[in-house]
Design a protein around this ligand. Structure first.
Ligand SMILES: C[S@@+](CC[C@H](N)C(=O)[O-])C[C@H]1O[C@@H](n2cnc3c(N)ncnc32)[C@H](O)[C@@H]1O
Length: 275
C-alpha cells in the first residue's frame, strides 16, 4: 500500500508530520513511511497515503494523529547517554550553583522518551547529595508521546534496556528486580515528574528551569523550528541557566542567547549574562 503514492501525496504527509510535531521527513525517507505506517493503516483500514492524510485532517481525528506521530517518532535512548553531560552536570553545573548557594534546582528533560535521561539525572543528583547534604533537585520530564510517558512513569526496564549505559554498581544501587524486569527505586523516581508537551507548543506552564536537557530531538527539525524552540527555551531558563544538547548538535546558527562553556568532559551552553 504505502509504497504506491504520488510525490504530491508524500508532500502532503510530510506537511502533516512537520505541522504536528516538527519532524522533517526527508525525500529519502520513503522506507520509513512504509515500515512505520503499514500496520497502523492496515488496522485502521486505510488503503493509501492520501486517504491517511485526508483522515488526519478531519475534526476528531486526534486519536489517529497521535498514533501516526508516535509511529513516526524515534524513541532511541539509553542510560547516561554520551556520559559527558552527566559529568558536566555534577562537576561543573551543580558546583556552580553550590558557589551561588542555590541548593534546590529544577531541570527540564525535554523529549525524555522512556525515562532513561531524567532518571540518569536523578541518579547523578543522588550521588551528588551523598557529599552535599541538603542538595535538592526536581526533574520535569516531557515528551510528545503519552504512551512513551506511561512507560517512563512505570520505570520498568528489561535486561536489554538495562544493559545500555548502566554500570553494575548503579544497577544494584538504584533498581529492584520485579519478575523479568527491573524497576527504578522510589527515591530516584520521586525527583521526576512526567508531563506531555509538544516542543512546538507553549512552555510557560512548565515554569522556569536552571538546566534544560534537549538532546537528540532537534536533529529531526527544520532550522526554523530549531531556532524557535531554542529561543523559547532561553526564556524558560533562570538567568545564567544551562542548556545541554545532543553530542553532535550545536546552536550557533539558530540562537544567540547562549555562550559555549567548555568543560573538560565536553561542551554545554549557558545563557549569556544579558538574557
Ligand atoms: C531519540 S529520543 C531522545 C531521548 C533522549 N532525549 C535522549 O537523548 O536519549 C527523541 C524523543 O523526542 C520525542 N519527540 C519528537 N518530537 C517531539 C516534539 N515535537 N515534542 C516533544 N517531544 C518530541 C519523541 O517522542 C522521542 O521520545
Amino acid at each position: 500500500m504505502t509504497t504506491c503514492y504520488t510525490p504530491d501525496e508524500y508532500k502532503n504527509f510530510q506537511k502533516f508530520l512537520e505541522d504536528a510535531c516538527g519532524i522533517v521527513l526527508g525525500e529519502n525517507k520513503h522506507y520509513l513511511v512504509s515500515s512505520r505506517l503499514n500496520r497502523l493503516m492496515r488496522e485502521s483500514q486505510i488503503d493509501s497515503l492520501q486517504s491517511l492524510v485526508d483522515a488526519l485532517s478531519k475534526l476528531g481525528a486526534t486519536g489517529l494523529r497521535t498514533k501516526v506521530v508516535e509511529a513516526m517518532t524515534t524513541n532511541e535512548t539509553l542510560w547516561f547517554r554520551d556520559t559527558y553531560p552527566f559529568e558536566v552536570l555534577s562537576k561543573v553545573i551543580f558546583e556552580e550553583y553550590k558557589k551561588e548557594r542555590k541548593s534546590a534546582l529544577r531541570i527540564w528533560s525535554a523529549a525524555c522518551s522512556s525515562g532513561q535521561e531524567p532518571y540518569s539525572i536523578s541518579m547523578i543528583a543522588d550521588e551528588y547529595a551523598m557529599h552535599n547534604p541538603g542538595f535538592q533537585l526536581e526533574v520535569v520530564a516531557t515528551d510528545i508521546s503519552q504512551s512513551i510517558l506511561n512507560d517512563a512513569k512505570e520505570a520498568k526496564y528489561d535486561a536489554l534496556a538495562l544493559a545500555r549505559g548502566l554500570s553494575e554498581e548503579r544497577k544494584r544501587r538504584y533498581f529492584s528486580a520485579i519478575g523479568n524486569e527491573w524497576q527504578v527505586n522510589a527515591k530516584i523516581r520521586s525527583r521526576v515528574s512526567f508531563r506531555e508537551n509538544n516542543l512546538l507548543q507553549n512552555y510557560a506552564p512548565l515554569g522556569k528551569f536552571d538546566v534544560i536537557f534537549c538532546r537528540n530531538v532537534l536533529i529531526y527539525f527544520s532550522a526554523e523550528s530549531k531556532s524557535d524552540i531554542l529561543n523559547r527555551m532561553a526564556k524558560s531558563l533562570n538567568p545564567r541557566g544551562f542548556l545541554i544538547l545532543g553530542a553532535s548538535e550545536s546552536i550557533a546558527q539558530y540562537c544567540d542567547a547562549f555562550e559555549m562553556v567548555r568543560a573538560s568532559a565536553g561542551v554545554v551552553y549557558r545563557l549569556k549574562p544579558a538574557y
